[in-house]
Design a protein. Structure first.
Ligand SMILES: [Zn+2]
Length: 171
């Protein structure tokens, strides 16, 4: 997890960005998160009702700080998408938690920031979303959550759009 603040630090230090270009997210509300996660999972995760097996599966010991961090991370991805729509481009120094499913976390992913953001964006009519996932693993959680949103998946690239002609396919 230390990589995230370090990326931010080096972006500033190496003058890739300036402080004026930095936006700070709000914590993702439970309501926002519920577009990709079940009420039960969110209640259990937020309140620390997480057993040993579930913690092993995610790779994280539960803490309030972990919950806060994941919620800010998801808020950051949503904010980056909103800023990108206004300005043409934006990046988040965290996120990409593509192994989180609606009702469980997995593989260091607890809240699926990509699916939450895609669902949030495509709730507006005629809006299309493209997720380019360059991780070495397939984004199984993202694929699962977005399978009913007319989403096509090709290897590590996920194309989400509102057109009903796009197949739901995992290759
Ligand atoms: Zn992965």
């Amino acid at each position: 997890m230390n990589k995230f603040p370090r990326v931010f630090h080096f972006l500033l230090k190496d003058q890739v960005i300036t402080e004026k270009q930095v936006w700070y997210p709000e914590i993702a509300s439970k309501d926002l998160l519920s577009c990709a996660h079940t009420e039960e999972y969110l209640d259990n995760f937020i309140n620390g009702n997480v057993n040993e097996q579930e913690q092993r599966r995610t790779g994280f010991s539960w803490s309030e700080g972990l919950v806060r961090r994941c919620r800010y991370e998801t808020g950051g991805t949503v904010l980056a998408a909103q800023v990108a729509l206004q300005r043409g481009l934006a990046c988040s120094t965290a996120g990409g938690t593509h192994h989180a499913f609606p009702s469980f976390g997995s593989g260091f992913c607890l809240l699926n920031d990509l699916a939450v953001t895609a669902k949030y964006l495509i709730s507006s009519p005629k809006r299309k979303v493209l997720i380019v996932d360059l991780d070495v693993h397939q984004g199984d959680g993202t694929a699962f959550i977005l399978k009913r949103n007319r989403v096509s998946l090709h290897s590590r690239c996920i194309v989400g759009k509102t057109s009903p002609s796009v197949n739901n396919r995992v290759t």
